[in-house]
Ligand binder design. Structure first.
Ligand SMILES: Nc1nc2c(ncn2[C@@H]2O[C@H](COP(=O)(O)OP(=O)(O)OP(=O)(O)O)[C@@H](O)[C@H]2O)c(=O)[nH]1
Ligand SMILES: [Mg+2]
Length: 459
């Protein structure tokens, strides 16, 4: 477990490692400016510790008697910085050796290598942001679609925290009412009870509303996996290419073209989807096809959604029917391809077997947008009905809210059964602990380690 010693000055390469135009070494902590003084020489020999906050300076980094790089140094003095500590950022040339050398110099001069997410962890520990906001930082970095980004930016700006804070306040109000009842039971219990019961109802209403959108939130944050399956030659690879709008997968008239599963990320109206083009399911003619088909089945098993593809120009074959049986229990959209050709498929049978049937022409891209719309509808089932800032998407938050909801329900039950006020109060206090956990008002020791383990070093 990481010991949070805020007296340490931490340092890390904060940009992606590889060749790039510039790369940044970041320092934060009480000795950040002193370390910068040791290694940076400005053009007029001035010292970073004399610089004004939020200014940038041209100069050189040197150590062991030689110049290491020509840089621009910027500094943000505490408390107005990312971490609320003194922060120095050194913009170097983006080569990995340059960056490592500059980082090494900061370490030799008293900094310690930052652990993943430690800068953000300090922003939290120093009270600039709460835990839900800190968690949003990594979501912003990872967001793969605009909607996912909007959602995490809303959370970073405190939208979710504010809503949780409001629920928490309501909960405390009910608790105050309860305490009055406990201390002065003779003063109109009946009247107090109805206020308490209304308060609890309002609470569970608010919790339910947040949880209603949670599954949509998780989808936006984590994305879904979609597998395209079908018998050979129906146009699976053509469909992948049409969705990607580029020629990614090999398309040929030969049955059994695709062997290895091909995987790409696409944006379906804001949903990040990992899409797989699989080998057509057929009766294997050799070991390669046998393995390819085994992999297709494996992907179908693990997928969140399955697109089963049919060829409009032929009748349903026994392979089609076999596959229909295999995917029936999954979330499936049936898609009829090659609608530019003469229609021979028994569409009525597909309409009976599947909730949704879409007709497309993968070759020309016709109706691909209809398919995207159908996927979107299927995934969200019209359930996304809250502004992005009020959507819970993080599993840790969802679990805490579910626990809080359960306890509020229990309190309601206790009230209905005329249990003593102490019981009700205890349930509500426990619910409050869960809400506090989301914001990081109290947390088990290892929670921060678990949360920040996912971060990149330097953030
Ligand atoms: N007319 C017509 N032909 C299409 C359409 N979509 C795909 N094809 C053709 O169908 C053939 C097979 O397409 P692929 O995309 O390779 O099919 P597949 O399902 O990936 O095939 P395997 O990888 O072998 O299982 C190619 O000749 C495509 O040009 C379409 O909408 N209309
Ligand atoms: Mg293919």
């Amino acid at each position: 477990m990481l010991e949070d010693n805020l007296n340490d000055t931490i340092a890390a390469i904060s940009t992606a490692q590889g060749q790039s135009g510039i790369g940044i070494v970041r320092l934060s902590g009480p000795r950040a400016l002193a370390i910068a003084d040791q290694i940076f020489t400005g053009s007029k020999k001035e010292k970073p510790s004399e610089f004004k906050s939020y200014t940038m300076h041209y100069g050189r980094i040197s150590g062991h008697g030689r110049i290491i790089d020509e840089v621009i140094l910027s500094l943000m003095r505490k408390p107005k910085s990312y971490t609320r500590e003194d922060v120095v950022e050194i913009n170097c040339h983006g080569g990995i050796v340059v960056l490592r050398n500059v980082l090494d110099l900061t370490l030799e001069n008293g900094a310690r290598l930052a652990s993943p997410g430690e800068f953000t962890r300090r922003a939290f520990l120093n009270g600039r942001i709460d835990l839900a906001q800190a968690e949003a930082v990594i979501d912003v970095i990872r967001a793969k679609t605009d909607s996912a980004l909007k959602l995490s930016l809303g959370q970073l700006n405190g939208g979710l925290s504010k809503e949780i804070g409001l629920i928490r306040k309501k909960l405390l109000d009910v608790l105050v009412n309860l305490e009055v009842e406990i201390d002065f039971p003779e003063e109109g219990i009946r009247q107090g009870a109805s206020a308490i019961s209304q308060g609890i109802d309002a609470l569970s209403g608010k919790l339910n509303k947040l949880l209603d959108n949670a599954s949509a939130g998780r989808i936006l944050r984590e994305g879904i996996s979609v597998v395209i399956c079908g018998k050979p030659n129906v146009g699976k690879s053509s469909l992948l290419n049409a969705l990607l709008k580029k020629e990614r997968s090999i398309v040929t008239p030969v049955a059994g073209t695709t062997r290895d599963t091909i995987e790409e990320i696409i944006d379906i109206k804001g949903i990040p989807a990992r899409i797989f083009d699989t080998a057509g399911i057929l009766t294997p003619r050799n070991m390669i096809e046998k393995e390819a088909i085994r992999r297709s089945r494996e992907h179908i098993k693990l997928a969140d959604m399955v697109i089963i593809l049919f060829d409009a120009s032929g009748k349903l074959s026994h392979l089609d029917r076999k596959l229909i049986r295999e995917v029936r229990h999954k979330n499936v959209i049936a898609v009829i391809n090659k609608i530019d050709l003469k229609n021979r498929i028994e569409e009525d049978q597909l309409l009976r077997a599947f909730r949704k049937v879409v007709r497309i022409c993968a070759k020309s891209g016709k109706h691909i947008d209809t398919l995207e719309g159908a996927l979107y509808e299927f995934v969200f089932k019209g359930k996304l009905n809250a502004p992005e800032s009020l959507i819970v998407s993080n599993l840790r938050h969802i679990q805490a809210l579910r626990n809080a909801k359960k306890l509020v329900g229990q309190a309601k039950e206790a009230l209905r059964n005329n249990l003593t006020q102490e019981f009700i109060a205890q349930d509500l206090k426990d619910a409050c602990v869960y809400l506090d956990k989301i914001l990081g008002k109290n947390f088990p020791e290892d929670l921060l380690d678990r949360i920040f383990a996912d971060f990149c070093i330097g953030k």
